[in-house]
Design a protein around this ligand. Structure first.
Ligand SMILES: [Zn+2]
Length: 357
């Protein structure tokens, strides 16, 4: 199950979570449960694409199974498991923003808090998954009482790609569980099962920053073709061979919108590395020799290059949240790119009127 699909209430007990890189964490939490020393609230924190939601769902299923096996995996056939698979377990809730929204509404949080104040229907545990945890800004207060005085068997699992954006009042009441990018050899070992295209694998790992589930979802022929095209068009814009406005219009149609955001963040990161370290990683995103990239960027100073990376990261977030005019935002990234980022830090778009909204 991809993280994107994981928002539905249905829980597949055949999910591959815990993934190999989560085994130690699984063991730790299952032991804590067995020894009756689970915290009442956890914050799973780590970059997107490492399997946090799949893990949390699997762990919730384990907590609600009446007869988990020796390793804590849900049995798949007890009353609790059947209700989980049907998506109708009365002691399990999932709280997430509605599609197209960035915030979890106050009413939904109040409703959850009220339901957690009641007694459990089944085995005793009541589990709620909340993601992304930073989507509780105005609604956080409604959850504080539950976090401070949780009923017996209540376990809240908050999930965040950006833990620093989670309100400190929530963060401080949760036990933080870090879910980092696993070591690259582990990710490669997991990904290379039936696909052996090592060049594509290297490019996809570079694009996903090593996040395994994200890399897996990108590992296909379509990504290869798309990366070739973007690499050519990005190089053309940089060297004056293509109009940045035309390319921005074309890129604004790319689906999902986050793909462009991700690509541009990685591109700006590669350019920053090139400036600081003097070389590009093995799988360069641009279809252009390093010497030509350096020549095109010769007029930019290090601040320009670093500021561009910061802006690309912010732009990606806006694309992800769907709150930006995609074409306008891409223009604001590609026009400076066509000028070799010269003076970008002086005209820093983050400090100007946001014309891309
Ligand atoms: Zn079961």
């Amino acid at each position: 199950m991809s993280e994107a699909e994981a928002g539905s209430g249905l829980i597949s007990l055949a999910s591959s979570a815990p993934f190999p890189w989560q085994e130690a964490l699984w063991e730790r939490l299952v032991s804590a449960h067995r020894e009756d020393r689970l915290a009442h609230a956890y914050l799973l924190a780590g970059p997107p694409g490492v399997g946090k939601r799949a893990f949390a769902q699997r762990f919730a299923a384990s907590l609600l199974c009446l007869e988990p096996d020796a390793r804590g995996h849900p049995c798949g056939h007890c009353g609790g498991c059947l209700l989980m698979q049907a998506g109708s377990h009365p002691d399990f809730s999932v709280l997430a923003p509605e599609s197209g929204k960035t915030q979890i509404p106050i009413d939904a949080v109040r409703e959850l808090s009220a339901s957690l104040a009641l007694t459990a229907h089944q085995a005793g545990n009541r589990v709620a998954l909340i993601f992304p945890a930073e989507a509780m800004a105005q609604s956080a207060n409604s959850l504080l009482k539950t976090l401070e005085e949780p009923g017996a068997g209540v376990i809240l699992i908050l999930i965040s790609d950006r833990p620093l954006a989670v309100l400190p009042t929530l963060r401080s009441r949760c036990q933080r569980v870090d879910c980092p990018i696993p070591p690259e050899n582990e990710v490669r070992g997991w990904l290379v099962t039936d696909r052996q295209d090592s060049a594509l694998l290297a490019r996809v790992l570079a694009l996903s920053g090593g996040a395994p589930l994200q890399a897996q979802s990108l590992l296909n022929a379509e990504t290869a073709t798309r990366l070739d095209r973007l690499g050519r068009e990005g190089a053309q814009v940089l060297t004056g061979g293509a109009d940045p406005l035309v390319i921005a219009a074309r890129w604004s149609m790319e689906e999902p919108p986050d793909f462009m955001g991700l690509w541009l963040v990685r591109l700006s990161e590669q350019v920053a590395r090139l400036r600081v370290l003097g070389h590009l990683p093995e799988s360069s995103l641009l279809a252009l020799p390093t010497s030509q990239i350096q020549k095109a960027l010769a007029g930019a100073d290090t601040r320009d290059v670093l500021m561009y990376h910061t802006f690309a990261r912010q732009a990606r977030l806006w694309l992800l949240q769907g709150i930006a005019n995609r074409q306008g935002l891409l223009e604001s990234l590609l026009v400076p790119w066509s000028m070799g980022l010269r003076g970008f830090s002086i005209r820093n778009p983050l400090q100007q009127e946001p014309w891309w909204e």
